[in-house]
Ligand binder design. Structure first.
Ligand code: ATP
Ligand code: MG
Ligand code: MG
Length: 568
């Protein structure tokens, strides 16, 4: 099941496998990748890309992908997010069980090892405790135009440094009093190598380790160690980490020399993060939207979170298709949101059952019903569940003396080329009869409240007389006697600007991102299960809301229209 398009990561993996780079490990997994989220929020569409990339590469090459919680930061992490991430990865269809084992890990379970590694570096003269103030440290780091300045604490002896580090660990110093730093090169052109911080003091309770620690490793120190301990082969991350790669290698090489790690060591590879137009992919900003009440929660159907996309009606298959098509490269850029909808349509078109729905209802009364059909009668009609798949059978509904039509399907004064209802016009009620418009009623301010028409006898769809009267227009409808009343939530893009996040979030929001209408749906939708998806003929794709939909109070969300309306 090898996807058609190749990418530079596949080339790297194939090169490594050919060279037998990991053969010495005798690992049942040919390669190991990992998806390492920090449990400080819900996953978003950008994470879906990283999940797809890591899990699909592992699958493709007979490897294993680890799900690892990068939970080294005590303050922002919560169990709620851990659970949400597990759920989201499963929903996307991936599994971290392989060779009879679970590959779900927590970085915080490596705190002991990380601390030992830190002491080993200090003893080897490769790290020191710096007591400069944070301001001094910042000033002395230098910048691109000038080298940094050595800390006065840089030349302390390893013994003194070990003693200080132990004091840090034992809680003898307040937050910010000192940090452990690698001793590399304060003049390096790569600022990440100017003695990066390895450990900081943080008197904070951790969701997994409680109060065991009051010092916590920095991400740049922790991450390579996590990868090495799990025997990751290809550590794939986004381009922002490119400048961290020399430190990643410096750290692992030195820990290997000190006998703490064994070759072959993991290697880091970077790819361009996913940026989607009109969408924010920053957990911090997504949290802000939730906290400021611009959306109903992390799972608001307008949110680009996986819980939000799911509620909106996107399928795991559509997201996968989107990820595959958007490719993997080293060059960043913005992908047009329409690509996500194209993938959704490609996935749902063959799957979704069809139904008629009237979203902006106007009553149409068939004035000669009693004469032509009979008083108190209704007329059974049917239509294919899916026009291209006759084997899926037919859906049943019925025509009656009063039907709901779309308000836009009647014009008292029709513009040129208008082929729907207008005084005297003849149209077909889809799957039903041909009708001729005979009049309409309006209220005092001119709003049309009812349209009247006559059925033209012997024009029923599917009968020999169906074509006896030529019509230019066909309109959708639902019978007033058997329609299912439902709340339909019409969603549009959450942001009005293509590259949100550059200015103030609140000012960039689309004020019309949600509209709620009372609609009438075809009776075949009665009893639809939450999360079942349909194509409402002519309107687009809709899903029964995962949270709020019930048989008594149906609620449907619009996923997207039938055509692309994004490109302007
Ligand atoms: P955020 O900035 O939204 O908080 P993050 O990168 O800090 O995102 P993590 O939980 O650390 O969030 O991310 C886990 C993995 O997902 C990382 O390997 C990261 O590179 C990847 N990732 C995050 N956002 C994107 C994106 N937009 N495109 C591709 N990969 C992403
Ligand atoms: Mg992160
Ligand atoms: Mg982040």
């Amino acid at each position: 099941n090898k996807p058609a398009a190749s990418n530079f990561l596949r080339s790297v993996i194939e090169r490594d496998l050919e060279a037998g780079a990991y053969a010495a490990r005798h690992d049942p997994a040919a390669i190991r990748t990992r998806f390492p989220p920090e449990p400080n929020g819900y996953l978003h569409i950008g994470h879906a890309k990283s999940i797809w990339l890591n899990f699909s590469l592992a699958q493709e090459y007979g490897g294993v992908c680890h799900l690892r919680f990068d939970d080294t930061n005590p303050e922002k992490e919560e169990q709620e997010y851990v659970d949400g991430i597990v759920e989201a990865v499963k929903w996307l269809g991936w599994d971290w069980q392989a060779h009879g084992k679970s590959h779900l890990f927590y970085a915080s379970n490596y705190f002991d090892f990380m601390y030992r590694a830190a002491e080993a570096l200090v003893s080897a003269g490769l790290a020191y405790v710096d007591e400069q103030t944070p301001e001094q440290m910042r000033a002395n780091r230098g910048d691109f135009s000038r080298p940094g300045v050595d800390s006065p604490f840089r030349s302390r002896s390893p013994e003194e440094n070990v003693a200080r580090l132990r004091e840090m660990r034992e809680g003898q110093h307040p937050d910010g009093a000192m940090v452990l730093r690698a001793k590399i090169d304060m003049a390096s052109p790569n600022i990440n190598l100017r003695d990066p911080a390895l450990y900081r003091i943080k008197h904070a309770t951790h969701h997994n380790t409680g109060d065991t620690w009051c010092i916590y490793p920095m991400y740049t120190f922790a991450h390579p160690i996590e990868d090495a301990l799990e025997h990751i082969t290809h550590s794939i991350c986004t381009l922002e980490f490119e400048d961290q790669r020399p430190f990643y290698d410096w750290l692992l090489d030195n820990l290997a020399k000190l006998g703490l790690l064994e070759a072959p060591l993991p290697k880091q590879y970077e790819f361009a993060r996913l940026n989607l137009t009109y969408v924010i992919t920053s957990k911090r900003k997504l949290r802000q939207l939730v906290e400021e009440g611009h959306v109903t929660g992390w799972d608001d159907p307008r949110m680009p979170t996986l819980v939000g996309l799911r509620r909106r009606g996107y399928t795991p298959e559509a997201l996968k298709l989107f990820c595959e098509r958007s490719g993997v490269s080293k060059a960043g850029g913005w992908i047009d949101y329409s690509n996500l909808d194209i993938a959704l349509r490609d996935d749902l078109d063959p799957k979704a059952a069809r139904a008629m729905a009237v979203l902006d209802p106007l009553k149409l009364r068939l004035t000669n019903w009693d004469e032509v059909i009979g008083a108190g009668q209704t007329l059974p009609c049917d239509a294919p569940v899916h026009p291209a798949q006759p084997e899926r059978g037919r859906r049943a509904f019925s025509l009656g003396p009063e039907v709901w039509i779309e308000r836009e399907d009647f014009q008292a004064v029709p513009p040129k080329g208008y082929h729907r209802l207008s005084p005297g016009a003849v149209v077909r009620l889809k799957y039903g009869y041909v009708v001729r418009c005979t009049g309409h009623t309006a209220d005092a301010d001119g709003t049309v409240t009812e349209v009247q028409a006559e059925l033209i006898p012997d024009t029923r769809s599917g009968t020999p007389g169906a074509d006896s009267v030529k019509t230019k227009g066909v309109i959708s409808w639902v019978g007033a006697h058997d329609a299912l009343a439902a709340e339909v939530r019409l969603y549009d893009r959450l942001f009005a600007v293509p590259h949100p996040g550059e200015g103030e979030l609140a000012a960039e929001l689309n004020p019309d991102s949600k509209r709620v209408v009372q609609a009438y749906l075809e009776p075949s939708l009665r009893g639809a299960a939450p999360e079942s998806r349909f194509q409402f003929e002519r309107h687009g794709y809709f899903v029964a809301d995962l949270q709020d939909h019930s048989a008594e109070q149906p609620v449907f969300n619009k996923v997207t229209g039938l055509k692309d309306t994004w490109a302007k």
